[in-house]
Design a protein around this ligand. Structure first.
Ligand SMILES: Cc1cc2nc3c(=O)[nH]c(=O)nc-3n(C[C@H](O)[C@H](O)[C@H](O)COP(=O)(O)OP(=O)(O)OC[C@H]3O[C@@H](n4cnc5c(N)ncnc54)[C@H](O)[C@@H]3O)c2cc1C
Length: 415
C-alpha cells in the first residue's frame, strides 16, 4: 500500500517524489521502467538552466537554479552545477536587431538580462571569433548542470528521504474503480494506492490513453553530443546559443564542448506513436546527431575551436511538446486521484524542480499558491491526433527565428 505512486523516474518524477516525501505525503513509491533513474531523456538533457519564457516559468527557472545549487552543496560532490551565464551571440546586424526585441521581451520576466556589444560579447565568451560577432544578449544568472550527475545525487537523496524507488518496474496502467484511483498495475503486481502521478516523460501520453485520457504531450527526437577536450575552453565559459544557426548551443563539459541544435524540419523518424510506449533512448535514430555534428563543423567560423574535434559522447531523448508550448500539470478530469505532470517542451531540466514542487503542493494541499490554470489537464481534448501532432511540431519549429526579422522566441513559448 502506498500513499502516492509516482510513475517515471526522470527529473520530473524523481523531483516530484522527493518534494512529496518532504511535504509529508507519507509512503511514496517511485516507479521507473529503465534500470536506473534519469537514464532516458533527462540523461540527454543539455543542462542549460535559463530564462526561456513568461513570469510563471521564470519563477520555476529561479527555483530550479536554487534547487540544483543546494543539491550540489548538500551532496558534497561536483554535480557540474555552475552559474556560468548564457550568451545569445548575434552574427548579423539583423540578428542584433532581433536580440533588441528579445531583450525587451525578456525584461518582463528575466530578473537579469543585458544587451551587449560585440567587444563585450567576446570578452565574456573568448572562444568566439570577434570578426563574426555583432553583439549579444546575456543572462548572467543562468546555470549549467550535468544532468547525469544530478540524477545520481537525486537517487541518493531519495533513498535517504525514504522514498521506495523501484527501477526496472514499468507501470502498465492505473487501476480505477468507481471513478477513483485504487492501484497502479505493474508486471510485478498491483500497488494499491489512492493517488497516481503520471510523470512518464515520452511514455506519459500512451500511459494516459490506457485509462481513456489524452494529455497532449507529443514526443519528438532531440540529440546532442560532447567533444573530446579542446584547448581554450575554460570551465567557467558562458553557455552559448546561436539562434541564427538552427539554435546551435554549446557549453563547457569535461574539457570539451557539449553541443546540440534543432532540426529544420520534422520527419517520420523524429516521431513516435502516441498510443504505444516509446522506444528506449538508446535505440533512437542517429540522423539528428549526424546533422548537428556537420552543423558544428560548419560553425568553425564562429568558434575556431570547432575546426577540428572528435566526438566523445552522444545522447538522444524524446522531449514532449504541447500544442500551446505550456506544460501539463494537474488533476485528470473525471478520475479522482489521477494527476499528470508532462509536456516538458524541452525545458524541464530548467522547470522540472519547480514543477515538482507545485505537483507536491497540489497533491498534499489540494491547491497551489501559483496560478497553474494554463497547465490544465484535458485542454487539448478537442484536437484530433493529427491536429495535436501538427500543433506540437509547430511549437518545436517556432524556435527558428521568423524570416520577417521579428523577435525570435527561444524555446518557442509566446506568452
Ligand atoms: C538533446 C536534449 C537537450 C536538452 N536540453 C535541455 C536544456 O538544456 N535545458 C532544459 O531545461 N531541458 C533540456 N532538455 C529537455 C529535458 O531533458 C526534459 O525536459 C526533461 O529531461 C524531461 O524529464 P522527464 O522526467 O519528463 O522525462 P524522462 O527523463 O524521459 O523521464 C521519464 C521516465 O519515465 C520512465 N517511464 C516511461 N514509461 C514508464 C512506465 N510506464 N512506467 C514506469 N516508468 C516509465 C522512462 O523510462 C523515463 O526514465 C533537453 C532534452 C534533450 C533530449
Amino acid at each position: 500500500m502506498a500513499d502516492v505512486v509516482v510513475i517515471g523516474g526522470g527529473i520530473l518524477g524523481a523531483c516530484t517524489a522527493l518534494h512529496l516525501r518532504e511535504a509529508g505525503a507519507g509512503e511514496v513509491v517511485l516507479l521507473e521502467r529503465a534500470g536506473a533513474l534519469g537514464s532516458e531523456t533527462t540523461a540527454a538533457g543539455a543542462g542549460f538552466v535559463g530564462y526561456w519564457a513568461g513570469e510563471l516559468e521564470a519563477e520555476l527557472a529561479a527555483y530550479g537554479m536554487e534547487f540544483y545549487a543546494r543539491l550540489q552543496a548538500e551532496s558534497g560532490d561536483d554535480l557540474g552545477v555552475r552559474r556560468n551565464g548564457l550568451l545569445f551571440p548575434a552574427i548579423s546586424e539583423a540578428g542584433q536587431a532581433m536580440l533588441q526585441q528579445e531583450y525587451e521581451r525578456e525584461l518582463s520576466f528575466a530578473p537579469e538580462v543585458e544587451l551587449v556589444d560585440a567587444d563585450a560579447a567576446c570578452v565574456l565568451a573568448p572562444i568566439l571569433a570577434r570578426a563574426t560577432i555583432h553583439g549579444g544578449l546575456f543572462q548572467p544568472g543562468a546555470h549549467q548542470v550535468d544532468t547525469r550527475r544530478v540524477m545520481a545525487a537525486l537517487a541518493r537523496r531519495l533513498a535517504s528521504a525514504g522514498v521506495d524507488v523501484r527501477c526496472g518496474t514499468a507501470a502498465d496502467r492505473v487501476g480505477i474503480e468507481g471513478g477513483r484511483v485504487v492501484a497502479v498495475e505493474t508486471g510485478h503486481g498491483a500497488i494499491p494506492t489512492g493517488i497516481a502521478i503520471n510523470a512518464a516523460g515520452a511514455g506519459a501520453e500512451s500511459l494516459a490513453r490506457r485509462n481513456g485520457l489524452r494529455l497532449g504531450a507529443v514526443p519528438l527526437l532531440e540529440s546532442r553530443f560532447v567533444t573530446a577536450p579542446l584547448a581554450d575552453v575554460g570551465e567557467a565559459h558562458p553557455m552559448l546559443l546561436f539562434f541564427e544557426r538552427d539554435l546551435l548551443y554549446a557549453r563547457p563539459q569535461s574539457g570539451g564542448l557539449l553541443i546540440g541544435a534543432i532540426e529544420r524540419s520534422i520527419g517520420a523518424h523524429d516521431r513516435v506513436p502516441l498510443d504505444r510506449p516509446p522506444p528506449p533512448a538508446a535505440s533512437l535514430p542517429q540522423h539528428a546527431l549526424e546533422g548537428h555534428e556537420r552543423l558544428a563543423r560548419a560553425c568553425a567560423d564562429l568558434m575556431p575551436v570547432l575546426a577540428d574535434f572528435r566526438v566523445a559522447d552522444r545522447a538522444s531523448g524524446l522531449p514532449t511538446w504541447t500544442p500551446d508550448g505550456r506544460h501539463i500539470l494537474g488533476a485528470a478530469p473525471g478520475i479522482d486521484g489521477y494527476f499528470a505532470l508532462a509536456g516538458d517542451n524541452e525545458s524541464c531540466v530548467t522547470h522540472g524542480p519547480g514543477l515538482a514542487r507545485l505537483a507536491a503542493e497540489l497533491v498534499v494541499h489540494g491547491s497551489t499558491e501559483a496560478d497553474i490554470a494554463a497547465y490544465r489537464v484535458g485542454r487539448f481534448d478537442d484536437l484530433s491526433d493529427a491536429e495535436l501532432q501538427r500543433a506540437a511540431e509547430g511549437q518545436y519549429l517556432a524556435r527558428h527565428p521568423p524570416e520577417d526579422g521579428s523577435a525570435p522566441t527561444p524555446f518557442g513559448i509566446e506568452l
